[in-house]
Design a binder for this molecule. Structure first.
Ligand SMILES: [Zn+2]
Length: 352
């Protein structure tokens, strides 16, 4: 039975921010190579699907016309969106294809064709807000996915879990005043982009629907899993979303060079299972995952394979960390922070 849709397009690798840039084509080239070597893509539980490009109307679901036009214009002449986010001639089209992938990842799950999906896309999106980009992101793939599902399938409530090591400032901003999208992020703090404090709870009708779990450098996957257990799952049970979307960046991995958290391969298996369990309770198992960061080229393919085999409930493929993994313990700082957050969230949620 097909359970998990993998959305991929060869052209995702044509996006090349330049020599030495961490957000490089090999992130996906090596991942696809590894998935093929392990014969994961040939399994009956998996279906590989190819997206079409998004159109300007789709982009406008989360971005201003002025911003969309500016990316199009810079693409013609080449330039820099921010110091780490170059815009080349093909950038506009490739970023639109990445968004097309996100729309398809949401669609195949919403229609009931697949139980869940994983989009293997580039460029990423969670740092892009309505009228800005940066942090390797141009258009917010996951926000457009949510809006397109809302439009096409009439679902009313969404949860976005963002476990990338960086705070998804763009996604937070887009839904900051929107109570129909509960944004939940675990991320390292301090770190780029600098947002994502506990006190950022949303605004207007959206207050209480934005939850940030900042983790100090050195925090482990056990801390993240604990936060999901103590906050995300109770929130999901009370909120009862129709759909859970995940911004999956694997840069909280202990050997990732862009940050200092200590997640291990098993962390990603565990947190995927936690979300799958609650999705079974609240939203008919609907989960769509969109790739964000993850820059260790040895580890990333293995972690993605581990998430996919977990989603597809494939149990006979052994995957392990390519390096000696650090010990996983819940830190007392995280326990204290979560108590503080429960107290803050108690104004908005009965469960706390
Ligand atoms: Zn990241």
């Amino acid at each position: 039975m097909n359970m998990t849709g993998i959305i991929f397009h060869e052209d995702f690798s044509k996006h090349d921010p330049g020599w030495g840039h961490p957000e490089c084509p090999d992130r996906l080239n090596l991942t696809m190579k590894f998935l093929r070597e392990k014969d994961i893509l040939g399994r009956p539980e998996i279906k590989l699907v190819y997206p079409d490009s998004a159109n300007e109307q789709d982009l406008a679901l989360a971005h201003t016309k002025k911003y969309i036009d500016s990316i199009k214009r810079i693409s013609k002449h080449r330039g820099m969106l921010t110091s780490d986010t170059p815009v080349k001639q093909e950038t506009y089209d490739l970023a639109k294809l990445s968004v097309g992938g996100a729309i398809l990842a949401g669609k195949i799950v919403s229609s009931g064709e697949m139980k869940n999906s994983f989009l293997l896309n580039r460029p990423p999106g969670h740092h892009a807000g309505r009228d800005y980009g940066g942090g390797f992101c141009y258009f917010n793939n996951i926000a457009i996915m949510v809006e397109s599902i809302r439009q096409e399938y009439g679902f009313k409530k969404f949860m976005i879990l963002d476990w990338d090591v960086h705070h998804g400032n763009g996604t937070q901003d887009i839904f900051y005043d929107d109570p129909s999208v509960l944004y939940f992020s675990t991320h390292q703090m301090p770190l780029f982009p600098g947002t994502g404090r506990i006190e950022e709870l949303g605004e207007k009708e959206g207050v209480g629907y934005n939850v940030n779990v900042p983790l100090s450098p050195g925090s482990t996957g056990a801390d993240c899993s604990y936060a999901i257990d103590k906050l995300f799952i109770p929130l999901a049970r009370e909120y009862r979303p129709d759909f859970i979307a995940i911004s999956a960046g694997q840069d909280a991995y202990f050997a990732d060079s862009l940050a200092d958290l200590n997640f291990i391969l098993e962390t990603y298996v565990k947190i995927t299972k936690q979300v799958m369990k609650v999705a079974e309770e609240v939203c008919n198992e609907r989960i769509a995952i969109v790739l964000e960061g993850g820059y260790n080229l040895e580890a990333l393919p293995r972690i993605i394979a581990a998430i996919i085999t977990t989603l597809a409930e494939i149990k006979d493929i052994e995957l392990s960390d390519p390096y000696l993994a650090p010990k996983q313990i819940v830190s007392s700082t995280v326990e204290k922070d979560i108590l503080k957050m429960k107290a803050l969230l108690a104004d908005y949620w009965k469960v706390f």
